[in-house]
Each structure stands twice: as structure tokens, then as C-alpha cells.
Design a protein around this ligand. Structure first.
Ligand code: IPD
Ligand code: CA
Length: 272
């Protein structure tokens, strides 16, 4: 991708442009009819737009970086290797994308669906972009250079009291493995904090932590494509990311936490 003036765009600039193009397609598509299929269960659906937008993002990345690897939620991945952790840790250029994070929001014509794009370099997240097309909020971060919402630098909240904290979590789509125990955790924290939100996009929740709108977010059973971009956003805004064991084939985290350092710790103490 060539920037105006003829120079080559940075990974971050490419990701921002691609996320904006993807988001504008989604904003248009959500006003029309589209096909919805069951992926794993009625809790886990996929629309024709998940695949179309993943193809668009993949094509755009490949136009500029033809030798880069891409792991996407819908097409899974393009390398010959089968373990995501190895693909990510052993390669210099791996993009991890979620074309629509919050597919259920998109299907129900609710706000809160996002486009999430991250790039790894030998296992380290280099850049991350989360775009919310509804309100044109572009969250972005680059390793060592901070996190931003549009042009404004972000920092996590400095709240240190649980009772004044706003949390977010999710309803994991893998009901048998994760949803019930995630609900148990909501029960443990709900009487100790100000409130708990579920907007339906893990990527958006992480971005809101980076912006200081939420003190922390947690959820069980998320995959790397749900959280990679949000992870670097939270860290670059001064936040803390913690997780418990993950399954390395699909890079699925038993539980994932991001928040301001103090509240993340207190949250984990209460619900783990
Ligand atoms: C889902 C969203 C949701 C979370 C689910 C994820 P998807 O991703 O991030 O917030 O609760 O666990 O699967 O399926 O909309 O890409
Ligand atoms: Ca997702």
C-alpha cells in the first residue's frame, strides 16, 4: 500500500486503512439482508459478511505483504503448520484478524461489532487496531509508542476501589465449556463492583479498558483473534493483561483479563 506522496505505508497505517475500509463495508451491509449460518451452535453463528470481510482484509494485506502469514477467525490460517502458537512464535510476520468481532451484534443489528487487526513479530504483538464502525472510533496501538483513539492518547483508569469499578465480560459462545463458569464469576463480582457490562465484542471491551471507560474486562474461552489487537491497546495504555492456561492448537485462553493493574489484580482475587 502506497501512502500519498509515494512512500511505503507502515504496518500500522495499512491496518488502520484496511480496518476503516472493512468497517465501512459492514456499516453498509448491516442495513441490508444477509445470509446467516450456524457455525457450531445457535450461540455461534456466522454471516456471509464474516467471510467476505475476512477475504477483503486478507487480500489487502497480501497486496502489500505477499509473504506474510494471516490467521483469521473464519479461514483459520494460510501456513502449512497446524499449531497457531508455533505459527505466531516462529515467524516474523503474522497478522491475526477478526473480521467481525461481535457477530451476534451484527446479526441483531445492534451497535458494538468491531473489526480487529493485529500483527505479530516472533510472538510479540507489534501493532493492533480495533475499529468500531457505528461511531467511527478507531483504536490503535504500536509497541512502545502508546495507544490512541483517533488522535487522542489513551491511558487506563486510575481507579483502585472495586466498588467504584465498571467491568465488562462476555457470554462465551462455547456454552458447555465456558458459559456457565463465566456466569459463576459474574455472580462473584456483581455484588462487589459498581456494574458489569456485556457489549458483545471482546475487542471492543479491551479498547474500552485502554480508553479508561472500563476498569477491567475478563472472559473465558476467547481465542487469540478476539483479543490480540485489544491486548496491545490495553498494555500500551498502561494496563495489565493476565491469562490462565491456553490451548495451543487454537490459541484459546481458559480465562483472559485486561484492566488497570490494581483492579485487574483485585478482580482476579475475587473471581478465580
Ligand atoms: C465473540 C465476541 C463476544 C464474546 C464471544 C466471542 P465473535 O466473538 O468477542 O464478545 O463473548 O466469546 O466468541 O464470534 O463475535 O467473533
Ligand atoms: Ca471474535
Amino acid at each position: 500500500m502506497i501512502a500519498a506522496g509515494g512512500c511505503l505505508m507502515s504496518y500500522l497505517e495499512s491496518a488502520i486503512n484496511i480496518a476503516r475500509e472493512a468497517g465501512s463495508n459492514l456499516k453498509n451491509a448491516i442495513t441490508k439482508d444477509f445470509k446467516v449460518d450456524v457455525k457450531d451452535s445457535n450461540f455461534d453463528l456466522v454471516t456471509e459478511w464474516d467471510q467476505k470481510i475476512e477475504n477483503l482484509i486478507t487480500d489487502r494485506i497480501k497486496e502489500v505483504y505477499p509473504d506474510h502469514l494471516i490467521i483469521g477467525e473464519e479461514s483459520i490460517f494460510t501456513s502449512s503448520k497446524e499449531v497457531f502458537t508455533e505459527v505466531i512464535n516462529e515467524n516474523e510476520h503474522v497478522w491475526v484478524i477478526d473480521p467481525i468481532d461481535g457477530t451476534n451484534n451484527f446479526i441483531h443489528r445492534l451497535p458494538g461489532y468491531t473489526v480487529s487487526i493485529a500483527k505479530f513479530n516472533y510472538g510479540q504483538i507489534e501493532i493492533g487496531v480495533v475499529y468500531s464502525p457505528d461511531n467511527d472510533e478507531m483504536f490503535w496501538a504500536e509497541k512502545g509508542k502508546g495507544a490512541y483513539l483517533n488522535n487522542e492518547r489513551l491511558t487506563v483508569s486510575n481507579q483502585n476501589q472495586l466498588e467504584n469499578s465498571m467491568f465488562a465480560t462476555g457470554f462465551p459462545s462455547e456454552v458447555a465449556n465456558f458459559r456457565a463458569s463465566n456466569l459463576d464469576q459474574i455472580n462473584k463480582i456483581a455484588l462487589k463492583c459498581r456494574d458489569v457490562r456485556i457489549y458483545g465484542s471482546a475487542a471492543l471491551h479491551c479498547a474500552y479498558v485502554a480508553a479508561g471507560r472500563l476498569e477491567a474486562f475478563w472472559e473465558q474461552g476467547l481465542h487469540i483473534w478476539d483479543i490480540a489487537a485489544g491486548w496491545i491497546l490495553a498494555e500500551e495504555a498502561g494496563g495489565q493483561v493476565d491469562y490462565y492456561s491456553y490451548e495451543s492448537n487454537l490459541m484459546q485462553y481458559k480465562s483472559f483479563y485486561c484492566g488497570n493493574k490494581e483492579i485487574n489484580k483485585q478482580l482476579i482475587d475475587v473471581i478465580e
